[in-house]
Design a protein around this ligand. Structure first.
Ligand code: PLP
Length: 424
């Protein structure tokens, strides 16, 4: 049989996944792989969760899909209620989509429409950060700062400002306190808003803990609070992208809750469906929904599969598991152990520059030299080699070559299922 699938890469054949068993995936030859990164921080409950499977069977027996132009559904309504009850202050509405890029895309368009509805049509500019990834659709790709992903599509991307990330390991000056560094990093937003003209700026978009582009880099204390103040001062919407770091990954259902910050919008996906269904969501403050409701009454967006009943049923079961099994506490406890183990095993390695993260979201940054923090030559394709060697040994991890102001740096992201055991 000729092979007709068009996968991510045209090079090499992949093993076929045929089964899942807790923290393991199993291929057609029977080989078991420990899922140390939950794919890309997706499979937060592992691979054979009984409660989610039962919820999906039950929903399938009722109704799988009813177009949201005609109907709402019980699981979608329930999911919105659960998310709002657990969300940061001010979040009142939930727009359900199929994944992370769709959630970010919807947030950008909703921000634009919000300002039209409240009579500020001049606001359309977006500011984001260099070390970031917000998805692969054109609007989300333009927002992200990952040069490797953006380069070939650059002529098709809307102009977006990119300020420095909050990246303590690389950007904190010698002798500078964490707090002082956080304020200095945040103040770049103030400067960029002033440069663009505050009345033209629509939104600032950031990941509270940077995932794929930098390897679990958390904001330092005080950074996001200062960002919130700056956005408020200029009437700019704060959109926090928690597609990777949200849904309990850091030990909080929403990562920004640890920073004590309430954004205007939050995007989530990945862990929301835990891999059992493709689902994402855009959570928004009441004032945004109210502006649409009081104005045109119609968000000019929409995808066929938004609010899908099966996907919402899966997400309800995932959230039920997180709550009933006290998994946020478990993420914090197991995360501390993982951090301690990484430091014990790798802390003295001459090529490990930094070990960081929150909860079960941990990153290890690899450097040629610890003294200079110089990254490895990208031609050595370190991240591809680590991925291949770990995979051959039966471990799934997520190594990436990030971009550090034009230079590539290598890091490995670990994001195991919340049920991971000490020995695993
Ligand atoms: N935003 C962040 C922070 C992400 O990490 C990702 C995916 O890795 C996305 C958005 C895009 O999500 P998706 O791949 O589900 O479209």
């Amino acid at each position: 049989m000729p092979n007709h699938i068009f996968g991510r890469s045209t090079k090499g054949a992949l093993p076929t996944a045929v089964a899942g068993d807790g923290c393991y995936l199993i291929d057609a030859s029977g080989k078991r792989y420990l899922d140390g990164s939950g794919g890309a921080a997706v499979s937060c409950l592992g691979h054979s969760n009984a409660a989610v499977r039962a919820a999906l069977h039950a929903q399938l027996d009722q109704v799988a899909f009813a177009h949201t132009g005609f109907f709402t559904s019980e699981p979608a309504e329930q999911l919105a209620d659960t998310l709002v009850a657990a969300a940061p202050e001010g979040i009142e509405r939930v727009y359900l989509v199929s994944g992370g890029s769709e959630a970010v895309e919807a947030s950008l368009k909703l921000a634009r429409q919000y300002f039209l509805e409240i009579g500020q049509p001049q606001r359309h500019r977006v500011i984001a950060r260099r070390q970031s990834y917000h998805g692969n659709t054109l609007g989300a790709l333009a927002t992200g700062g990952n040069e490797w992903r953006r380069a070939q599509f650059a002529p098709m991307l809307v102009e977006t400002s990119h300020i420095s990330p909050c990246y303590e390991y690389r950007e904190r000056a010698e002798g500078e306190s964490l707090e002082a560094y956080g304020l200095r990093a945040a103040d770049e937003l103030e400067a960029e808003i002033q440069r663009l003209g505050p009345e033209s700026v629509m939104a600032f978009v950031a990941e509270p803990v940077v995932g794929a582009t930098a390897g679990a880099v958390p904001a330092v204390p005080g950074y996001l609070k200062r960002i919130r103040e700056i956005c408020d001062r200029h009437g700019v919407l704060l959109i926090l992208d928690e597609v990777m770091c949200g849904m309990g990954r850091t030990g909080y259902l929403f990562a920004c809750q640890e920073d004590g910050v309430s954004p205007d919008m939050i995007t989530i996906a990945k862990g929301l469906g835990a891999g059992y269904q493709p689902i994402g969501a855009l959570l928004v403050q009441g004032k945004i929904y109210d502006a649409i409701a009081a104005g045109s009454g119609f968000f000019q967006h929409g995808h066929t599969y938004m609010g899908h009943a099966m996907a919402a049923a899966a997400a309800n079961a995932v959230l039920g598991e997180i709550q009933s099994r006290d998994l946020l506490m478990r993420v914090r406890a197991q995360g501390e152990k993982l951090d301690a183990a990484l430091r014990a095993e790798l802390g003295q390695n001459p090529h490990v520059g930094d070990i960081r993260g929150r909860g079960l979201f941990r990153g290890v940054e690899l450097v040629e030299s610890r003294e200079t923090k110089a990254p490895f030559d990208p031609a050595r394709k370190l991240n591809a080699r680590i991925k291949a060697e770990a995979f051959a040994a039966g471990l799934i991890c997520y190594p990436m070559g990030g971009t550090i102001d034009g230079q590539r740096g290598d890091h490995v992201l670990l994001a195991p299922p919340f049920i991971i055991e000490d020995a695993q």
